[in-house]
Design a protein around this ligand. Sequence first.
Ligand code: GTP
Ligand code: MG
Length: 444
Amino acid sequence: MTFSSDAQTICALASGRPPAGIAVIRVSGPQARDWLGAHIDGPALTPRMVSLRTIRDERGEIIDKALIMFMPAPATYTGEDVVELFLHGGAAIVEHALEALTAFDGVRLAEPGEFTRRAFEAGKLDLTQAEGIADLIEAETRGQKAQAQAQSDGALSDLYNVWRNDLLAALALVEVSVDFPDEADAPDHTDGPVAEKLTSLIASFERALEDGRLHQSVRDGFRVAIIGAPNVGKSTLLNQLAGREAAIVTDIPGTTRDVVEVRCRVGSHMVWFADTAGLRETEDVVEAEGIRRATRAAVEADLRVFVVEDGGPPPPPSLVRDGDILVQNKVDRLVNQTLMPESVAISALEGYGIDELLSRIEDWLKEHISASGAPVITRARHRLGIENALEHTRRAHQGLVQTVGAELVAEDVRLAGRALAGLVGEINVEDVLGAVFSEFCIGK
Ligand SMILES: Nc1nc2c(ncn2[C@@H]2O[C@H](COP(=O)(O)OP(=O)(O)OP(=O)(O)O)[C@@H](O)[C@H]2O)c(=O)[nH]1
Ligand SMILES: [Mg+2]
């Protein structure tokens, strides 16, 4: 896919798939105004005022009678002239309108994300804000929405810019000694202000990477692994959570081999539940591979739900992390009511206790996602950028301690700054732009 910053005008259906009550078609670019002039009845539109007009194609045939708004550049989303048509949301009307638009000289259909890309190129938003907008459109839960809103409002850019300013301040101090190599009072690099700044940046980067793991999960869905011995009812539990027969259930121990994942909403978050093979010693090659995968799923998950049944073995201590949830299944069969302490009693078969389990998971999610509204990293691209900045900052700090010379230290500080500049899209953008904007839907 190629984007061009040509002077072409782009158009697309910006609202959902027809049929719908209303279909919004968006047009952006230099031809938008001329197209309107040629295709609507009546006098020119007043900018930013909505008018009810008849829209015709190039042969004079009526496309629709609809509300239209014209927004002149530069105070628009893309920074260009923008027209929005609020048509009756039928497939034929939308098709007719798009045909009449693209038949006009210099007008073509937009690529995914091209409106937002133009907004980025016009300096209306930076790359992290553009990503926030893509996430906002994709958000299915309130948690995802809140995070995306903060990012599209620039919370993440602000954070990166604070870090970049700190790096610039450190750089200025280092450069003092580059400029005056023989100065007796050049900064003392091992415990002076430069080292202090770098140490505090290193701590900030590390914290952001740490927090980011969970917040990436807000965006992509939390991973909850269902772990336990064979036959305790893990697959039955998964099916109960999914509301369908996602995994095979039999009374034969060792039924599940592959990891089976289902996606469910828990409170205001998206969760991927993974059903896994029952853990036990086995000679069976296929089952052993299943158990290896189960163990990996347990380690990689954000949270583990350990399923046990009365009299069964406890979860393997090496897999248990703080906050994990213990579930005692098959309580419908329990005669003497010996419930394990700290466990959630359920009957996966009968659906008993599932709400209690879900609310425990929700509590865990709430506890682990700070409601502070602090900006957080949510994408691999950001993780990589910050890891890069961290590495250079660490090297710069090490260089200070080992007195490798101010030029080398300065270079690392500069590279750390560049890594952050790449995140907001100020430098080195060409290679990431395609990747970022192709995630968008058409019309945004
Ligand atoms: N009475 C009762 N039986 C259950 C319950 N949950 C599961 N079972 C039964 O226990 C047997 C094993 O269930 P599965 O869900 O396949 O167990 P699993 O943990 O996935 O087993 P593996 O895949 O072999 O590790 C089946 O016969 C289920 O019907 C429950 O809550 N109560
Ligand atoms: Mg199973």
